[in-house]
Write a protein that binds this ligand. Sequence first.
Ligand code: SF4
Length: 245
Amino acid sequence: MCYKLSTMSSKLGINSIYMATEGEGIHIGTPQIFVRFQGCNIGCINCDSKDTWEFTEPEMDFDAAISKVEELAGEYPMRVKRVSITGGDPLHPKHVPAVTAIAKELKKRGYFINLEAAGTRIVHEIFDAIDFISFDFKTPSTGVRTNPKLIIKLWEQYQNKAQIKAVVASRHDYEAALDAFKNISEQTDHKFNVPWVITPCYEPGEELPKTLAQSIVELNHSYGAPFRVILQQHKVIYTSDFGDF
Ligand code: SF4
């Protein structure tokens, strides 16, 4: 299917567009411009961005969104040529036409495009057009289930440009991720090679849960370190006492 913004509402359901530094995936430390879509009906219990759930009236023009990205990217030679499309759920069918159009336009303008996918669907129109896909594996504490078949499909078609991410709140969560990892490895004849990142669960503004982080690291070592452990550094940086130098 070919999506054209001119054939749909010209307004986009965007929550915000802002510059930040990637804090929780294998591109950690990389400044990028986040395009955050408004609206998600997946309902993870421990979602840290519940303000993005409601599907509000789309308000931003397509051209204004592109201009905002270009403005944040700055002037040559210091331009930030990376964009992360996130949510909410950017792959909700309501967002797909806008995400497809924005991704293709920014790609034409030379941006590296990452997409934060909730792990509930694969959308080839978008996945084929972008540079990197971060795909969630939902652990039991989220109250949502990721179908392992989707991860195998991701591996089959997009293994060179993908990562899996899982938020871990307990030993049970870790072991659920490990079971899924083993199962997927077996089903792919141990050729499964997509990097899999786990991060301890906590809310923005909360203290880093050091004991949980240490337990996850130790558990990961004891199981032969199948996962990379990353601490969501944006939450460490942007604590409630964040202020000027
Ligand atoms: S998919 Fe993302 S935005 Fe939606 S509920 Fe889950 S964590 Fe929150």
